[in-house]
Design a protein around this ligand. Structure first.
Ligand SMILES: [Zn+2]
Length: 314
């Protein structure tokens, strides 16, 4: 349900501004058109909210409603993971601390970064740990993370919480908005496809197997009969920018690429893919070799024609 988040945000803006949601949606689309589609719908919604003078201050928000740039955020969620507390030297030479935790509610999940030693102390004493429901007040959104500074508070609460959403969350962004380690959904055209490349993996651990003496060797499992795997690089363009993507074997079928033996058929499949507009779900990572961002496709989805018609009608 990719539209859910956006619709929820519109409802919220509508409620707080007393403007019908259709009107809000029109304003958002007009804003996007004015900016030549350079920002995502969620980003445009945030701009409209600011223009309407809406403050989400002291509103209890669902995680899905948290948008980049929001301040004074209040949210309740269950801790689903805590990373070890790290220390670092501040510019003044003092010892600083930082801790991360992951918070989930019924709608989504998010990384929370704690910078305040009083808040971090609650993790060190175990008062805040996995499965504890916490209430956060006065947090700030930095990109897609919730940051808690010295004016923020986090405390255990007895609030009950429904079935939490722990799966990977893909937020909608344009290619120009992408940052390293984002989990996002991008709507874009395939503008270039490359020859698939092949590599070999160990059948047990699926790690890379190295060719040696006419056979294959896994670092862990020794001599193995390796599986041949394919990967495909394609370049996608959404009008804001282009990005190089990588799709591995398990995700190639969603791009319509299934043939690796019959070269003629493979060329056909690549030609069909070229120029196609799709939704791409995946993660942004830095290509270490070239120091450029790269999009790892986890799922490609045809654009629902009903949805397109609905958007055109609006
Ligand atoms: Zn192995």
């Amino acid at each position: 349900m990719p539209m859910e988040n956006y619709e929820r945000i519109i409802e919220k803006i509508s409620k707080l501004s007393n403007i019908p949601s259709q009107e809000i949606e029109r304003k958002i689309e007009a804003k996007r058109a004015k900016l030549s589609g350079l920002i995502s719908r969620e980003g445009a919604a945030q701009v409209i909210a600011a223009e309407l003078g809406i403050s989400f201050d002291n509103e209890k928000l669902k995680i899905e409603e948290l948008l980049p740039g929001m301040r004074k955020v209040n949210v309740v969620g269950k801790v689903i993971g805590v990373s070890p507390v790290r220390t670092f030297k501040t510019k003044k030479g003092d010892d600083g601390k930082v801790a991360n935790l992951f918070l989930a509610d019924e709608t989504s999940n998010i990384k929370v970064v704690l910078w305040d030693t009083n808040n971090i102390h609650l993790i060190e004493t175990g008062e805040i740990a996995e499965n504890v429901v916490v209430e956060i007040s006065n947090g700030s959104m930095r990109d897609n993370e919730l940051h808690l500074g010295s004016f923020s508070a986090i405390k255990a609460t007895n609030d009950s919480i429904g079935e939490i959403k722990t799966g990977k969350v893909f937020r909608e962004k344009t290619i120009s908005e992408l940052k390293n380690s984002d989990n996002v959904r991008v709507r874009a055209f395939v503008v270039q496809t490359f020859e698939p490349r092949f590599f070999y993996v160990c059948p047990s651990c699926k790690k890379k197997a190295v060719q040696e003496d006419g056979g294959f060797v896994c670092a862990e499992h020794g001599k193995v009969s390796a599986e041949k795997r394919a990967l495909l690089n394609i370049i996608i363009d959404d009008g804001t920018e282009t990005i190089k993507t990588v799709a591995f074997q398990d995700n190639l079928a969603s791009l319509g690429i299934t043939e690796f033996e019959n070269m003629e058929e493979l060329i056909n499949q690549r030609e069909k893919l070229l120029g196609k507009e799709m939704f791409f779900h995946g993660t942004v990572r830095n290509n270490k070799l070239f120091n450029t961002p790269e999009f790892i496709i986890e799922k490609a989805e045809d654009i629902d024609s009903d949805l397109l018609i609905k958007e055109l009608e609006n």
